[in-house]
Design a protein around this ligand. Sequence first.
Ligand SMILES: Cc1cc2nc3c(=O)[nH]c(=O)nc-3n(C[C@H](O)[C@H](O)[C@H](O)COP(=O)(O)OP(=O)(O)OC[C@H]3O[C@@H](n4cnc5c(N)ncnc54)[C@H](O)[C@@H]3O)c2cc1C
Length: 545
Amino acid sequence: MADRTSPPSRPESAPTRSWWGWGTCDQALSDAECSSLAALVPGAAEAALPVPAVASLELPPVRVSAPAALARLVSSAPADRAAHTYGKAFRDVVRALYGEMAAAPDLVARPRDERDVVDLLDWAAGAGVAVVPYGAGSSVVGGVEYRAGDHRGVLSLDLSRLDRVLEVDRVSRAALIQAGAPGPGLESQLRPHGLTLRHFPQSFAFSTLGGWLATRAGGHYATLHTHIDDLVESLRVVTPSGVSQSLRVPGSGAGPSPDRLFLGSEGTLGVITEAWMRLQDRPSHKASASVVFERFPDAVEAVRAIAQSGLHPANCRLLDPGEAALSGIAAGGGSVLVLGVESAHGPVDGRIAELVALARDHGGSPAAQAPASAAGDPSSGDSAAATWRSAFLRMPYVRDGLARMGVISETFETACTWDRFPELYEAVHREVGAAVKKVTGASGLINCRFTHVYPDGPAPYFTVVAPGRRGAEVAMWDEIKAAAMEILGAQGATVTHHHAVGRDHRPGYDRQRPEPFALALRAAKQALDPAGILNPGVLFDAPAA
Ligand SMILES: Cc1cc2nc3c(=O)[nH]c(=O)nc-3n(C[C@H](O)[C@H](O)[C@H](O)COP(=O)(O)OP(=O)(O)OC[C@H]3O[C@@H](n4cnc5c(N)ncnc54)[C@H](O)[C@@H]3O)c2cc1C
């Protein structure tokens, strides 16, 4: 039995989205905050780069116009074109700050329904216009930036008007959700039903269901359903060759999964318009605790034991000493493990106690043990978890502030088996450290945390911070990024655990992907997008326009 739902309420005066950086303008660091932050990074610039006004940007001339029947969906306003030029990687933010707008799309279209998507693709295929599907533009891998160069024009296809939860099936605990629904919007439409998608990437506030599906995003929870893939019941995708609708079933062994073809296809094979998603009851019992380890290898062993214990913590973030210090949790050189458990059905205090006991067996000292709570914030009662959580949510704004001060910051994430992790960790510090030194002349910071853990291995997330040279930040970042990709490949680790491939991870992905699979992907591209208009250059080389 499915319930039709009401349209989401849209606030009259939402804060203005930043066109160049993360989030909303009101949350961005002030010039003074940028300067005091940069004082912590020796070699940083003395004054913050100004943020250019959109009116001062030199955008390339618009080369194409949509036919009259589609004109109502399309904008060529400078603010729209500027905001849709890049994603939100460091190199995107820096280029926006320098006013480099050569990659701006000619047009931004905001379809209101599937028919509009079909019509826009039909027109674009006939006119040789590249189409870049756009959720909320939080890509950190060049996923929404056109770089192919040989199309007659570029259309950014912004799905933000497709933002509704259309139906809720309470019995099967699933919902039909439009692809442009942003994280907070879709959760607020599910809340009255007592349900949640329970997918909370760090970018939750400014990313969409369609973007998560197209990039196989990773949520906040450390074990079990780590990727959005696990929550998909069926997908509806508009391709230039027709609409693909997969069957809504809890499981199926009928050949290769059609959903798997489109999950992670990053806008290259079709435009995801709707998905039936598996939901969960909202958790009502939560507890968290943090454990400090003097030795990082002991902490890694503790996390392995936890990941293999079957206790499935919702949160299992291991912060190495540098990361713990940067987050303001432990300044004394220790590593910190932040644990969290939750349930919609019963008390969790026994489970958190078991997890802490396992960590203690491996040399950890509980820093604070939270009482199980009956509701509320998962970090309630545990100050390290609360400190970490607020630093985590503020981090993207801090990264932008550092970018304005000429400080390079790069984050790269991966996954490898437990047997390889110690060598990977050493190799990243050695090799990426050498690259940072060569490129910037400084040692910089290289920190690591685990975002997700599996019985057979962790997903480590590395953060690199180093002073850059004004005007050379992007070239310096590119060199450090290339070194990081090289070392991940050499260590048998994936080029990305959840940030996707886009354009920036292509070299590593091309080395990692088996050649017969590459052949099959290119054949799928040819069949579904014969004119080669969809997000050219992502996942594989753009066919000639
Ligand atoms: C501060 C920050 C934190 C982040 N944290 C996380 C995290 O915790 N976990 C994680 O996985 N990622 C994270 N990311 C990366 C990013 O948020 C994800 O890749 C996210 O899934 C992108 O969603 P989006 O709606 O913004 O998509 P966009 O950035 O707009 O698009 C991403 C890709 O998907 C394609 N696409 C978008 N919508 C559709 C559609 N409807 N149909 C077909 N293709 C489409 C685009 O063409 C592009 O290739 C983070 C990024 C930032 C800047």
